[in-house]
Structures are given as C-alpha cells and as structure tokens.
Ligand binder design. Structure first.
Ligand code: RB5
Length: 148
C-alpha cells in the first residue's frame, strides 16, 4: 500500500516520525513536504497530498498542521477529497468504515506521537463498510456537485 503524507511546519516533526512508523510497518510512503521547520502555508500542502490521492499516485493521504484543522478545511475544499480530522483511534477507524475518508488529518501540536501512530494504524487497516454508509457518502458528494 502506498501512502502520501504532507505537513506544514506545525506538523513537520510528526510527519517525520509517522513516515518512519509506516515504513517500519512495510508501507511505501510518498513525502509531499514540507521538509523543514520554516514557516509555510498549510493550503499548499493540503493541495499536494490531495492531488496525490486523486491522481492515484497514493491510495490514502495523511495531512498534518499544528491543530489539524486548517489543513483539513483546505483538503475538503478539493473535489473528491473526504478529509477527516482525528484525535483518537476510534474515530480514525470509523472515518474509513462509515465516511470513506481518503485523507486523515492530524494536529502535530495537539496529539501525542504514540496516539497519532495508533490513529494512523486504525485508519490504514480499516475498509469502507458500504451499504447505508455508501448512500450517505453519495449524498455528501452530491452536495459537492451541487446536486443536493
Ligand atoms: C501554523 O502556525 C498553524 O496556524 C497551522 O499549522 C495550523 O494549526 C492551522 O490550522
């Protein structure tokens, strides 16, 4: 499984640790930046990881900023992206099963690294349940298309 990851400066350190964690778990990771602690703009990194997901270069994305909120707002402005900001592993699992989230968002200044690893593991090991959830996700996408 190939995973894309991106962060602004507020999520850079968490990104580096999560890359090692995923690689240890046998995953291939594409790092869309940022590559240091200098101040950058989270929408630029939201766009990079979202494009990776939409192009099929990666199966899922992980997007990190200081709180996880700014980058999730930015990802969710991009058609086709369902980005879920999570602070616990239950939510990390259910956003895949119920919401078919394709990007996991984390707060590098909010969530401890061991919790973040658990959230990533829960997200990446869960599949969409479909069924009644598919109908609801279809409605969400219909909002995006201006059809609802
Ligand atoms: C950057 O200082 C910070 O605003 C950003 O990482 C994020 O928390 C925005 O939502």
């Amino acid at each position: 499984m190939k995973i894309g990851i991106a962060a602004d400066h507020g999520g850079y350190e968490m990104k580096e640790e999560l890359i090692l964690h995923m690689q240890k778990g046998g995953l291939e990771v594409i790092d869309y930046g940022t590559h240091g602690l200098e101040s950058v703009d989270y929408p630029d990194y939201a766009k990079r990881v979202s494009q990776g997901v939409l192009s099929g270069e990666v199966q899922w994305g992980i997007a990190i900023c200081g709180t996880g909120v700014g980058i999730s707002i930015a990802c969710n402005k991009i058609n086709g992206i369902r980005a879920a900001h999570c602070t616990d592993s239950y939510t990390g699992r259910v956003v895949r099963k119920h919401n078919n989230a394709n990007i996991l968002c984390l707060g590098g200044r909010i969530t401890g690294i061991e919790i973040a690893k658990d959230i990533v593991d829960a997200f990446l090991s869960s599949d969409f349940d479909g069924g009644r959830h598919a109908m609801r996700v279809d409605k969400v996408m219909a909002i995006e298309e201006g059809e609802l």
